[in-house]
Design a protein around this ligand. Structure first.
Ligand code: CA
Ligand code: CA
Length: 257
């Protein structure tokens, strides 16, 4: 067996951290909700809807990221009114970028009120059809934890000359979640394995393991080191385990960086 085969074999071999039982109970709950909602199917030909996307699944304290807000219209829509809630205790909104927005006339400049970003504006003529970016919210993570962004209010008006309200369907993607890790890239999970004993488990969730701003070979080799030594759990997809999938995620990140 050559070296490459050995590495692959060691990756595919099941990894069983000591505390996997407790981790499995606690951690997937968070991600599971998002996965379920994301599974909703919507027909963009017959329904209008809104969806949001986070530029990252996990960040460190102090790190910047973006939440993009999209509107999909099955009838021409020429005015939108959208409220996006963010967790103000965990997140600071540093700006609202509308440079690429389909909205060309802002009734009021996008603004922040308490923990809500308000996007209110329209387009010339009959409006837009199909899926378009409304705004990109620039944000910075402040404190470790799970942060949830959610569209709390939305209204689309048709460009039919009388401003008829266009019904907005649930896309299942009106919310986005991301993990904010501590500065060292770790995330502490409180868990209970059913025996009544509470334990806190540290899981490392950020693929830029050494925190130098990019995912490189140095991070991958740290991951591989932890794989062999089993001293740390790197879990990038939130299933509570360190598996081949996590290896695939760090590899993918190293290519996209
Ligand atoms: Ca790195
Ligand atoms: Ca995992």
């Amino acid at each position: 067996m050559n070296l490459v085969q050995k590495v692959i074999q060691s990756i595919i071999a099941p990894y069983r951290p000591n505390k996997s039982r407790t981790v499995r109970f606690a951690f997937p709950l968070f991600f599971g909700i998002a996965a379920l909602l994301g599974a909703a199917v919507i027909d963009s030909e017959t329904q209008s809807f809104i969806h949001i996307e986070s530029s990252k699944n996990s960040v460190r304290e102090g790190e910047n990221f973006q939440i993009a807000v999209y509107a999909s219209a099955h009838l021409p829509v020429n005015a939108v009114d959208i409220a996006l809630d963010f967790p103000a205790d965990q997140i600071e909104v540093t700006g609202i970028d509308v440079g690429e927005s389909v909205i060309t006339l802002w009734t009021v400049e996008p603004f922040i009120e308490d923990n809500t970003v308000v996007l209110r504006g329209g387009t010339f003529r009959k409006g837009f059809l199909g899926d378009h970016l409304i705004a990109t919210v620039n944000a910075q993570a402040k404190t470790s934890g799970l942060a949830t962004f959610e569209i709390s209010d939305v209204m689309f008006l048709a460009g039919d000359g009388s401003g008829t309200e266009v019904s907005v369907s649930d896309s299942g993607e009106e919310s986005a979640q991301l993990y904010i890790a501590n500065k060292d890239g770790s995330f502490t999970v409180q868990s209970n394995d059913g025996s009544g004993i509470e334990a806190s488990i540290i899981i490392r969730i950020v693929t830029d393991i050494d925190g130098d701003g990019e995912v490189s070979l140095a991070d991958i080799s740290r991951f591989m080191g932890a794989w062999t030594s089993k001293t740390q759990v790197y879990d990038f997809n939130g299933d509570g385990r360190m598996t081949f999938r996590d290896f695939a995620i760090i590899l993918a990140d190293s290519f996209t960086n």
